[in-house]
Design a protein around this ligand. Structure first.
Ligand code: ADP
Ligand code: MG
Length: 240
């Protein structure tokens, strides 16, 4: 589903990604961890072409993103992304936030899109908030709307960039529960998170990044039992 081959990325003279080789299969749940500034968000954003790579090859869902001729809008329909700060439209009701892309981008009729939106709001457990505005919802509820909005495009892959980092502790669990349920349903997911309990329980693979490099790519059992890399050990010991 996702393949990086010898990918490098620079911001001016600063190299943010260094020789990334990474293959993610359909249905896998991959958690990316690492210190702040290590390149996790950049790696994720390359996967839906919010960032372009400097060199190497990157193929996502059968599309060669290093090829300058790709139809980005068509490509992005298949990749859902959930951000730390939800990025909902504040002046639109919950339901209208979800209906927008399917009607505008996919050309789905309003009534069909609304029915689909309700299905996904049920899926994330907040169908009773359909007519509310984002500001009337808790952070956890807003993030669940953002997930429902992503799902409504019926994506092949869902990307999550620290989806619970901006939430009050008591609402983190409800968002992780939704993500866990998506994982169990077989969704291909790439998740940047500091929630190690979630990583341990839900991930098929844990990837540890530092200074633009992938230093480890292991199962959670292996990684949490004994990371191979000193820098990963130091990172984990600081979290506890
Ligand atoms: P992480 O998500 O692991 O915290 P990022 O991918 O956001 O790391 O950033 C990695 C590094 O790249 C950081 O040093 C950051 O300052 C730098 N960086 C990120 N975006 C840009 C940008 N648009 N221009 C220049 N430097 C950037
Ligand atoms: Mg980040």
């Amino acid at each position: 589903m996702i393949q990086f081959r010898n990918v490098n990325k620079h911001y001016g003279s600063f190299q943010v990604l260094k020789d990334i080789n990474l293959t993610i299969e359909e249905g896998q749940v991959v958690v990316i961890i690492g210190p702040s500034g290590s390149g996790k968000s950049t790696l994720l954003r390359c996967m839906n072409r919010l960032e372009t790579i400097s060199d190497g090859e990157l193929i996502v869902n059968g599309v060669a993103l290093h090829d300058k001729k790709v139809d980005i809008n068509k490509f992005r329909r298949n990749i859902g992304m959930v951000f730390q700060h939800f990025n909902l439209y504040p002046h639109k009701r919950v339901i209208d936030n979800i209906v927008l892309a399917p009607t505008k981008v996919l050309g789905v009729s309003k009534s069909e899109a609304a029915a689909t939106a309700m299905t996904y709001l049920k899926r994330v457990g907040i169908e009773d908030k359909a007519q509310s505005y984002p500001s009337q919802l808790s952070g956890g509820q807003q993030q669940r709307v953002a997930i429902a909005r992503g799902l409504a495009m019926k994506p092949q892959v869902m990307l999550f960039d620290e989806p619970t980092s901006a939430l009050d502790p008591e609402t983190i669990g409800e968002v992780l529960d939704v993500m866990r349920s998506l994982a169990h349903d077989g969704m291909t997911m790439v998740i940047v998170t500091h929630e190690m309990g979630f990583a341990r329980e839900v991930a098929d693979r844990v990837i540890f990044m530092d200074q633009g490099q992938i230093l480890e790519d292991s199962t959670p059992a292996e990684f949490f039992a004994e990371p191979r890399e000193e820098r990963a050990r130091t990172f984990l010991s600081r979290l506890i």
